[in-house]
Ligand binder design. Structure first.
Ligand SMILES: [Zn+2]
Length: 125
Protein backbone atom coordinates (compact mmCIF):
# COMPACT_ATOMS: atom_id res chain seq x y z
CA UNK A 1 0.00 0.00 0.00
CA UNK A 2 1.42 3.34 -1.05
CA UNK A 3 -0.15 6.05 1.10
CA UNK A 4 2.78 8.46 1.08
CA UNK A 5 1.55 11.87 0.03
CA UNK A 6 4.00 14.14 -1.73
CA UNK A 7 4.46 17.80 -0.86
CA UNK A 8 3.01 18.69 -4.27
CA UNK A 9 -0.12 16.65 -3.55
CA UNK A 10 -0.49 18.38 -0.18
CA UNK A 11 -0.21 21.79 -1.90
CA UNK A 12 -2.90 20.76 -4.47
CA UNK A 13 -5.23 19.68 -1.66
CA UNK A 14 -4.69 23.04 0.07
CA UNK A 15 -5.38 24.81 -3.25
CA UNK A 16 -8.64 22.88 -3.65
CA UNK A 17 -9.77 23.80 -0.12
CA UNK A 18 -8.82 27.45 -0.67
CA UNK A 19 -10.61 27.51 -4.05
CA UNK A 20 -13.63 25.56 -2.73
CA UNK A 21 -13.48 23.10 -5.65
CA UNK A 22 -11.39 20.18 -6.89
CA UNK A 23 -11.80 21.29 -10.54
CA UNK A 24 -10.73 24.95 -10.46
CA UNK A 25 -10.86 27.03 -13.64
CA UNK A 26 -10.76 30.80 -14.12
CA UNK A 27 -14.34 31.94 -14.68
CA UNK A 28 -13.12 34.81 -16.81
CA UNK A 29 -10.48 33.38 -19.19
CA UNK A 30 -10.71 29.62 -18.71
CA UNK A 31 -7.17 29.18 -17.35
CA UNK A 32 -6.80 25.90 -15.44
CA UNK A 33 -3.17 24.78 -15.92
CA UNK A 34 -2.04 25.26 -12.30
CA UNK A 35 -4.27 25.59 -9.24
CA UNK A 36 -1.43 27.51 -7.54
CA UNK A 37 -2.07 30.42 -9.95
CA UNK A 38 -5.80 30.49 -9.20
CA UNK A 39 -7.50 32.47 -6.46
CA UNK A 40 -10.88 32.61 -4.78
CA UNK A 41 -12.21 36.03 -5.70
CA UNK A 42 -15.08 37.51 -3.74
CA UNK A 43 -17.84 38.97 -5.89
CA UNK A 44 -18.02 41.98 -3.59
CA UNK A 45 -15.41 42.59 -0.87
CA UNK A 46 -15.57 39.89 1.82
CA UNK A 47 -16.94 42.25 4.48
CA UNK A 48 -19.97 42.74 2.24
CA UNK A 49 -20.54 39.07 1.35
CA UNK A 50 -18.59 35.78 1.21
CA UNK A 51 -19.77 34.54 -2.22
CA UNK A 52 -17.01 34.16 -4.74
CA UNK A 53 -15.59 32.25 -7.65
CA UNK A 54 -12.27 31.13 -9.05
CA UNK A 55 -10.18 33.57 -11.08
CA UNK A 56 -6.58 33.39 -12.24
CA UNK A 57 -4.26 35.92 -10.63
CA UNK A 58 -4.30 38.21 -13.68
CA UNK A 59 -8.09 38.27 -14.05
CA UNK A 60 -8.48 38.77 -10.28
CA UNK A 61 -6.22 41.83 -10.36
CA UNK A 62 -8.05 43.26 -13.38
CA UNK A 63 -11.50 42.70 -11.91
CA UNK A 64 -10.69 44.03 -8.45
CA UNK A 65 -8.91 47.19 -9.65
CA UNK A 66 -12.12 49.25 -9.84
CA UNK A 67 -12.99 48.16 -6.27
CA UNK A 68 -9.99 50.06 -4.97
CA UNK A 69 -11.92 53.30 -5.53
CA UNK A 70 -14.69 52.08 -3.20
CA UNK A 71 -14.92 51.05 0.46
CA UNK A 72 -14.15 47.50 1.55
CA UNK A 73 -16.97 47.41 4.10
CA UNK A 74 -20.38 49.10 4.45
CA UNK A 75 -20.03 52.81 5.25
CA UNK A 76 -23.62 54.10 5.12
CA UNK A 77 -26.37 54.16 7.75
CA UNK A 78 -28.05 51.37 5.74
CA UNK A 79 -25.42 48.62 5.59
CA UNK A 80 -27.77 45.91 4.30
CA UNK A 81 -28.94 48.08 1.40
CA UNK A 82 -25.35 49.08 0.68
CA UNK A 83 -24.27 45.43 0.75
CA UNK A 84 -26.99 44.40 -1.70
CA UNK A 85 -26.14 47.33 -4.00
CA UNK A 86 -22.42 46.52 -3.99
CA UNK A 87 -23.13 42.83 -4.53
CA UNK A 88 -25.42 43.49 -7.50
CA UNK A 89 -23.01 45.92 -9.15
CA UNK A 90 -20.08 43.55 -8.69
CA UNK A 91 -22.10 40.56 -9.90
CA UNK A 92 -23.08 42.46 -13.06
CA UNK A 93 -19.36 43.01 -13.78
CA UNK A 94 -18.69 39.29 -13.29
CA UNK A 95 -21.57 38.30 -15.56
CA UNK A 96 -20.43 40.76 -18.24
CA UNK A 97 -16.96 39.16 -18.25
CA UNK A 98 -18.41 35.65 -18.23
CA UNK A 99 -20.71 36.57 -21.15
CA UNK A 100 -17.68 37.83 -23.11
CA UNK A 101 -15.86 34.55 -22.39
CA UNK A 102 -18.88 32.50 -23.46
CA UNK A 103 -19.04 34.46 -26.74
CA UNK A 104 -15.30 33.98 -27.36
CA UNK A 105 -15.54 30.24 -26.64
CA UNK A 106 -18.59 29.94 -28.95
CA UNK A 107 -16.82 31.80 -31.75
CA UNK A 108 -13.74 29.60 -31.35
CA UNK A 109 -15.84 26.42 -31.36
CA UNK A 110 -17.75 27.43 -34.50
CA UNK A 111 -14.49 28.30 -36.29
CA UNK A 112 -13.00 24.97 -35.21
CA UNK A 113 -16.14 23.11 -36.38
CA UNK A 114 -15.88 24.67 -39.85
CA UNK A 115 -12.22 23.68 -40.30
CA UNK A 116 -12.35 20.19 -38.75
CA UNK A 117 -13.16 16.88 -40.44
CA UNK A 118 -16.66 15.57 -39.88
CA UNK A 119 -17.24 13.79 -36.58
CA UNK A 120 -20.12 11.38 -36.32
CA UNK A 121 -22.08 12.52 -33.27
CA UNK A 122 -22.91 10.00 -30.55
CA UNK A 123 -26.63 9.48 -30.10
CA UNK A 124 -28.00 11.41 -27.15
CA UNK A 125 -29.60 9.08 -24.63
ZN1 LIG B 1 -8.23 34.38 -15.93
Amino acid sequence: MDDIISDAEIRRQKDFRRLRTTTPICLSCGYSKSSSALELAHIAPKRFHDDGGVLCSNCHREMSDAEKDLSYSPQSANPQMETIGRYLLALSEWLTRIAETIAAFGTWLLGFAESSPAIEPEPLS
